[in-house]
Design a protein around this ligand. Structure first.
Ligand code: ZN
Length: 177
């Protein structure tokens, strides 16, 4: 297991559309290793989600996990780890929900983003078995943020209002609460 280097804003890998994973590749030892390393990397940096392109691997894989005491977010947890391959989102409720998002690829910053509040995700799990998950609230936002990474989209692309984009310290001082 290894903590991986996280690509930062400006690295081209974050702007690529990641490729779909065939079943045999999902089941491969290399993919098992990647997922284990992604979980370790996410935990190391107190992330709540991590997409494979963020660790320089342009494939449609992402992990999400958060506890109740994450130092970076006040979250509705705990959310046990889920591994997603080839996820597809169906919006169930387009009513917008807004959160101050952060990203391990845009370190030290926060931005306010509004996204659909409820969705369904169809994906393949670590056994390459199809699964369906419904999500709302913070989890729905995290999933949309992570799956955006698979299409080369970052949350900074989705800022509705550039005045609500801040360094962590200024966010805490002027915008939080
Ligand atoms: Zn991100």
């Amino acid at each position: 297991m290894a903590i991986l280097k996280v690509a930062r804003l400006g690295h081209p890998v974050l702007r690529q559309v990641a490729r779909e994973l065939p079943r045999e590749e999902i089941l491969s030892p290399a993919m098992r290793q990647l997922v284990a390393d992604m979980k370790l990397t996410m935990a190391e940096y107190n992330g709540v989600g991590l997409a494979a392109p963020q660790v320089h691997c342009s494939v449609r894989a992402a992990v999400v996990e958060f506890g109740e005491n994450n130092p970076r977010y006040e979250v509705e947890g705990p959310q046990p780890a889920i591994v997603f391959f080839n996820p597809r989102i169906t919006v169930l409720d387009d009513t917008k929900a807004g959160f101050w998002e952060g990203c391990l690829s845009v370190p030290g910053m926060r931005g306010y983003v509004e996204r659909p509040s409820k969705l369904q995700v169809d994906y393949l799990d670590e056994h390459a078995e199809p699964q369906t998950l419904s999500a709302e609230g913070f989890l729905a936002t995290v999933l949309q943020h992570e799956f955006d990474h698979l299409d080369g989209i970052l949350y900074v692309d989705r800022l509705a209002d550039p005045t609500r984009f801040a360094f962590n310290e200024e966010y805490a001082r002027f915008h939080a609460g």
